[in-house]
Design a protein around this ligand. Sequence first.
Ligand SMILES: Cc1cc2nc3c(=O)[nH]c(=O)nc-3n(C[C@H](O)[C@H](O)[C@H](O)COP(=O)(O)O)c2cc1C
Length: 209
Amino acid sequence: MKLNPDSLSRKENYRLLIGAVLPRPIAFVTTKSKAGVVNAAPFSFYNVLTAEPPLIGISVGRKPDGTPKDTARNGQEIGEFVVHVVDEQNVEAVNVSSIPLPPEESEVEYAGLTEVPSEVVSVPSLAESRIRLECKVESVIPIGGKGGEPAADFLIGRVVHYEVADDLFQDGGIDTEALRPVSRLAGNEYGKYGETFSLDRPTISQNRE
Ligand SMILES: Cc1cc2nc3c(=O)[nH]c(=O)nc-3n(C[C@H](O)[C@H](O)[C@H](O)COP(=O)(O)O)c2cc1C
């Protein structure tokens, strides 16, 4: 098939993109509104951007009426958020929390999750995640769209604190087998940590021997 994105609808492009860019990591994000309501929502248009400084980026799609989702608005207004790593233990609660509640209602309560104070930021963390990245907002950039409102708000966060469960911390890194991360695939599909293999990175001298 040869497909021209310009001749496809937003939904058609979306379906091709989520089927082609995968597996995607999931950022389960807490933010806080000006009124103090804690918001939680998952985002899979997410990745690490730089290690020095540690920057991560999340694309928060606009709502159908063109207004920012609570996560983007709160991030902009309060300047802080926390990313929670999604694993086999918490993925069902994460999915429940993706319900679009009005800003005055908290998905944390709705999904039966447990708020705990964060170390560095004022936005609470959730105990159900064993790896948490406390972030300060570096910038919120409106992106995409066709003429009218932008399609999304790109939320860039600087990690100011790592919270890692002791049993997952191994030689300065993370024990992936113990973490058992979950990824997002196409549609409503998720991926578990499966069969893995390693490949040595080639060097110039190896290739020319
Ligand atoms: C696993 C998963 C991944 C998601 N990824 C995204 C995403 O990358 N971008 C997005 O805008 N919405 C995504 N959503 C939908 C949001 O979580 C949903 O719109 C949520 O209600 C937004 O919450 P908020 O309005 O409180 O910010 C995802 C939902 C699920 C369940």
